[in-house]
Write a protein that binds this ligand. Structure first.
Ligand code: ADP
Ligand code: MG
Length: 480
């Protein structure tokens, strides 16, 4: 058994990034997947939620990237835009010192901006199927260098809502590509369908929920529809979780519930498919950074979303699909932590509960509802926490981001400036070498240069007096 990432054939730049991310040793799935991925084999990987599947593909993928090649070499498909965003960030974090560049191509965002971004150096494209297909059809996403395709949450992407688009995408890609699929769930029909697009895939399956010690405690609470709101309040008071996701069946129910919680002045926000995309991203970021505690969501937040330290998931409405149950509750109990999942069940929904129990091979423990006395007893602690500012939740990401400063320059291609010109000037500053320069993006009238290793401030000061290709450009710190 491998104990350290050093035992894989990985670039030192990747190992350095893993150290910064505080990934001490590979998780089980990473141990199995990384060597096979490095050998360029098609792969089907099933392992439970929170087991580290993203890094299992992102590490070997970043290692494989040919930095000098400007065209996309890998395409990652995900079912939701928030997940695409998250995976892009993971790839950038892991590929940070190799300066791997990645961009997202998702729906409900400016097509033109994406088109421009795709013209830049982009090693990895992460996207949702509809918009990726759009770019492929219009020729704005170059495909000839794409060597790796990763389909995350693969069973969802080979399901009804996405299958036509995903098939159309795969058919356009070069035949010599490596195809890899990842999910916590693989219904048989879906798996055999996937296989038809792969070349003798290696199958890696581990951690079936029923076989390993389960980090998540599953509970069911029987409740009438009319009493759900009261029950939710009692649970939030007695459990008093730092963070919690409450899943509802419809957008409308999410809206109603979040309005109710806000009326009580609870720190709650919502996410569902009917919201503007900027609002969705903003809510996800705020939840990840810890600015509010209760996220009320539809299944749009069920797959892949990784937020540290969520101790409790509540299914306000029981999911109607058994796989959905696993994905929802898999937002807790991640990366070796434990978690609790409470599912509300009404009288007419027992059928769904049985279906879920059969599927996970475990009965949900029937929990008694919190009594009035219990609620009263926990109220002081609850009120105290409600009035406190919550703890920031993204320490590592913040540390990483502090290391990097993105600089804006008011000149680009129109002034015949190229990326190399920035490298030349910036490395002429004392104490700065090429290793301190991250991703460079040269647009028509402006450019962006990332400065690494906490040297941004210094470079910013110096660049106010230096010229690039004989031109004095305005420079300031770029907004994110
Ligand atoms: P999955 O896709 O399997 O549900 P993720 O890839 O989202 O899980 O990873 C879950 C969490 O585990 C993430 O927060 C990630 O940063 C963390 N993680 C992944 N690999 C490691 C590792 N080797 N050591 C420590 N934490 C890890
Ligand atoms: Mg995942």
């Amino acid at each position: 058994m491998k104990q350290s990432f050093k035992e894989f054939q990985l670039d030192s730049s990747i190992l350095q990034a893993l150290e910064r991310l505080e990934y001490v040793s590979p998780t089980d799935v990473q141990q199995e997947v990384i060597p096979v991925f490095l050998e360029n084999k098609d792969l089907i990987v099933q392992s439970k939620t929170g087991s580290g599947k993203t890094a299992a593909f992102a590490i070997p993928l970043c290692n494989k990237i040919d930095w000098l090649e400007n065209k996309a070499q890998a395409l990652v498909l995900t079912p939701t835009r928030e997940l695409a965003q998250q995976i892009k960030q993971d790839i950038i974090n892991i590929g940070r010192f190799k300066r791997v560049s990645a961009t997202t191509v998702v729906g409900k965002q400016s097509y033109e901006k994406q088109k421009l971004a795709l013209k830049q150096k982009n090693h990895v494209v992460v996207g949702t199927p509809g918009r990726v297909l759009d770019h492929l059809e219009k020729g704005t996403l170059p495909i000839d260098e794409i060597r790796y395709v990763v389909i995350d949450e693969a069973d969802e992407l080979f399901n009804m809502g996405f299958i036509d688009q995903v098939e159309a995408i795969i058919e356009k890609l070069p035949a010599n590509r490596i195809t890899t699929l990842f999910s916590a769930t693989f219904p048989e029909e879906v798996e055999s369908l996937c296989r038809s697009y792969m070349d003798a895939p290696v199958t890696i399956k581990l951690d079936k929920v029923s076989q390993t010690k389960n980090p998540i405690t599953h509970k069911a609470m029987y409740v009438a529809d009319d009493n759900k709101l009261d029950l939710l309040q009692s649970i939030l008071i007695t459990e008093n979780p730092d963070r919690c996701i409450v899943f509802c069946r419809t957008q409308q129910k999410v809206d109603t519930l979040v309005n109710q919680l806000k009326a009580w002045h609870y720190p709650a926000e919502k996410i569902h498919g009917g919201m503007k995309q900027e609002d969705r991203f903003q809510v996800m970021d705020a939840f990840k950074s810890g600015s509010f505690r209760y996220l009320i969501a539809t299944d749009v937040a069920a797959r892949g979303i990784d937020v540290a330290n969520i101790p409790l998931i509540i299914n306000y409405d029981i999911p109607l699909e058994k796989e959905s149950y696993l994905h929802r509750i898999g937002r807790t109990g991640r990366a070796g932590k434990t978690g609790n999942a409470i599912t509300f069940v009404t009288d007419t929904e027992r059928y769904y509960l049985e279906m879920i129990e059969n599927y996970i091979g475990e009965e949900l423990k029937q929990a008694t509802l919190p009594s009035d006395e219990q609620v009263e007893k926990h109220k002081p602690a609850f009120n105290k926490k409600i009035n406190q500012k919550s703890q920031p939740n993204n320490r590592i990401q913040k540390n990483l981001d502090q290391d990097i400063m993105k600089l804006y320059f008011n000149g680009g291609k129109k002034k015949k400036i190229r990326a190399l010109d920035f490298v030349g000037t910036i490395t002429s500053i004392e104490g700065i070498s090429a290793d301190d320069i991250g991703i460079i993006t040269v647009e028509h009238n402006q450019s962006y240069v990332e400065i690494l290793n906490g040297k941004g401030k210094h470079v910013l000061q110096e660049m106010k007096h230096k010229t690039i290709k004989g031109k004095q450009l305005k420079v300031h710190q770029a907004k994110k």
